[in-house]
Design a binder for this molecule. Structure first.
Ligand code: 5RP
Length: 231
């Protein structure tokens, strides 16, 4: 099974949790897009849902495929969010933000009664941190914020390159008008401690550690899909 087929398999399994009338948070990224395409087929067959997209990119795809959308302002409480992840650990902690949508993704997930993560086996890790941690920062004082992140990390025994995400020739800008620092720490043994400390830095808008947000993850591999549940 190739990567796309695995993503589709996870998305298919997640679709079985979507019920008529649901207010649905809709994630960002290539796995979430597989979900959007399958959801659109169900909507065309008569399924009634109202979606809240986690990015402009997802919003465009949903509109193109005929999925009815609302803003989070209109629907501040959601039944279910389905989204991808860059890393998933056995405790269901995640790294997200590879697609740059972490802020809206976290706000939408936190506004949802349940969050289902869809991913393929390549995303499952023992310890988070091989994937560079995306940290969304305000453009003002960018260098000062980067130095503060380095200091906080160093106090927790973490080190590694922290790079400003680019998009071609330009600095990458999120839907919220912020930038992203990608922190290559390699291993993050105490994700909770790092998450808490990053929030204390004024220029940090949000970080890609998703802790206690996912209800379960559907992980697709060559032999089918398995579930990782919150312990
Ligand atoms: C976007 C995300 C994505 O969910 C994450 O990057 C996974 O993407 P993909 O399904 O393309 O591997 O967090 O901000």
């Amino acid at each position: 099974m190739d990567a796309r087929e695995m993503k589709k398999k996870a998305a298919e399994a997640a679709l079985s949790h979507v019920e008529d009338g649901m207010r649905l948070g809709i994630g960002t990224g290539s796995t979430a897009e597989e979900f959007v395409r399958l959801l659109a087929e169900r909507v065309a067959d008569g399924l009634q849902v109202q979606g809240v997209p986690t990015s402009e990119r997802t919003a465009r795809l949903c509109l193109e495929l005929g999925i009815p959308l609302r803003s989070l302002g209109e629907l501040p409480e959601l039944d279910l969010t389905i989204d991808g992840a860059d890393e998933v650990d056995p405790q269901l902690r995640l790294i997200k933000g590879g697609g740059g949508a972490l802020l809206r993704e976290k706000i939408v997930a936190a506004a949802s009664a349940r969050m289902i993560v869809i991913a393929d086996e390549t995303k499952v890790v023992e310890t988070l941190g091989s994937f560079p941690l995306p940290i969304e920062v305000n453009p003002f004082g960018l260098t000062a914020t980067r130095i503060a992140v380095e200091r906080v990390a160093s106090r927790l025994g973490l080190s590694g390159q922290i790079t400003l995400r680019q998009s071609g020739e330009d600095v990458f800008t999120t839907d919220g008008g912020h930038h992203i620092l990608d922190a290559s720490f390699g291993r993050i043994p105490d994700a909770e401690a790092l998450a808490g400390k990053l929030y204390l830095i004024p220029g940090v808008v949000e970080h890609g550690l998703f802790i206690n947000l996912a209800s379960f993850a559907i992980i697709a591999g060559d032999t089918g899909a398995r579930t990782i549940k919150a312990q």
